[in-house]
Write a protein that binds this ligand. Structure first.
Ligand code: DP6
Length: 400
């Protein structure tokens, strides 16, 4: 008997121009366009296996081995329903196709990074879900078409259907049909863009993106200014900077936009704080590191950006990453040895150090654990279709 099953993986993306605000909460239509860098799945990814089988009783989904409820009308149900609808259209047009759209599905998904790291997994998770259903249903649709569906799972997920540098065009139609992701440039265009994720220790439960951004839409006047007068120009300028491989402009806009996103969070009533003292100290270090570079006649060498939590993501050309790791480690001593996937440090390991001319007084050193881990990665590719040996469902249709 034929087994109808597919396994795919999808990447994490971190925005340079932030999505923050919905004009339609059900369809997940944003109040502004956004732009992100897709990170390398060799280091961070969600993997999902989907299987359609007439013996299954109902649609079921497991996340990291735990079953999640598929709520009627909820985000998961919407994505599955939309994908099934596309399959049904194909079956209606071509009578020779097996009618698997009528079968219930079992879906098993895993992240290769700990949820405790506080890295948003909804983007890679929903992108992997949609990509695996597209493979299961053998849909000939392109990534932008699929991004329309992933968007309804989690807004930022639509950008994880492409590798490289990706824009989510907000669109203007009420039905959302023009609100999808497009690739600005593939990773091969600028493979030198690396990322250092500083996983910042955080014990308090933060405000979720979904509820936080809705409160911002309802109460922030600064958001209205951002939507109308700031983001459109930044989208244009940063896209040009990416095409020209102009890191200085890319970095300047990325940092400005992170700052403004956190400013609209602060402008929300009641205010939302996502960054903490550790986050702000990392900003001070990157600002000083860039100041020294410019004072020496150079250009910006690194850009920080923060999402809805205290973790820092530092984008930089590969050649600067060693200095940046040394800088971070000097102020944030690490309990564990730095994982060095690109072989920057040889066998000696990392030693904390600042570049010549650096004003060490811009931040105070923290104790071990303030930054509980560093992940070094780079710009990566889009979803990958994997072989049967990587499947996450066992023969009986339950998670392995
Ligand atoms: C700060 O995509 O998680 O990371 O659409 O409600 O699921 P929902 O929100 P989500 O928001 C991400 C917000 C952000 C900025 C960004 O990724 O652009």
């Amino acid at each position: 008997m034929t087994v109808y099953q597919a396994t795919t993986s999808a990447p994490v993306n971190i925005a340079c121009i932030k999505y923050w605000g919905k004009r339609d909460t059900k369809l997940i239509l944003p109040t502004n366009s956004s732009l992100s860098v897709t990170l390398d799945q060799d280091h961070l990814r969600s993997t999902t296996t989907s299987r359609a089988d007439p013996s299954f009783k109902k649609d079921r989904l497991w996340l990291n081995g735990e079953e999640e409820e598929i709520k009627e009308g909820g985000r998961l149900a919407t994505c599955i329903k939309e994908m099934r609808g596309l399959r049904r259209q194909l079956e209606d047009q071509d009578a020779s196709l097996p009618k698997i759209s009528g079968y219930p599905v079992h879906i098993s998904s895993r992240n290769n990074f700990p949820t405790a790291a506080g890295l948003a997994s909804s983007a890679s998770g929903f992108a992997a879900l949609v990509a695996s259903l597209a493979a299961l249903y053998q849909l000939p649709t392109d990534a932008s078409r699929l991004s329309l569906i992933a968007r309804q799972g989690s807004g930022s997920a639509c950008r994880s259907l492409f590798g490289g540098f990706v824009a989510w065009q907000m669109g203007e139609k009420a039905d959302g049909s023009d609100s999808y992701a497009v690739q600005v440039a593939p990773r091969e265009h600028w493979p030198d863009i690396h990322a250092l994720i500083c996983v910042v220790s955080d014990d308090k439960k933060g405000t979720s993106s979904t509820s936080g951004m809705q409160r911002t839409v309802e109460t922030s006047t600064l958001l209205q200014h951002r939507i109308k007068h700031v983001v459109p120009e930044r989208m244009q300028k940063i896209s040009e900077a990416i095409l020209a491989r102009d890191f200085d402009t890319f970095a300047r806009i990325t940092m400005q936009d992170s700052n403004q996103f956190h400013a609209v969070a602060l402008d929300t009533d009641p205010p939302i704080f996502y960054m903490n003292d550790v986050s702000r100290s990392i900003i001070a270090l990157i600002v000083e590191y860039n100041r020294v570079a410019v004072a020496n006649g150079g250009k910006l060498k690194a850009a920080y950006t923060y999402d809805a939590g205290p973790n820092a993501v530092i984008y930089a050309p590969k050649e600067n990453i060693k200095e940046i790791v040394e800088l971070i480690v000097k102020y944030f001593p690490q309990a564990e040895a730095f994982k060095d996937p690109f072989g920057l440090f040889g066998t000696q390991g990392v030693k904390g150090r600042v570049v010549e001319g650096f004003n060490e007084a811009v931040a105070k050193p923290f104790s071990v654990g303030a930054v509980k881990g560093l992940i070094h990665t780079r710009v990566g590719d889009g979803p990958r279709t994997l072989g049967a040996e990587e499947a996450l469902l066992a023969e009986d249709g339950l998670p392995k």
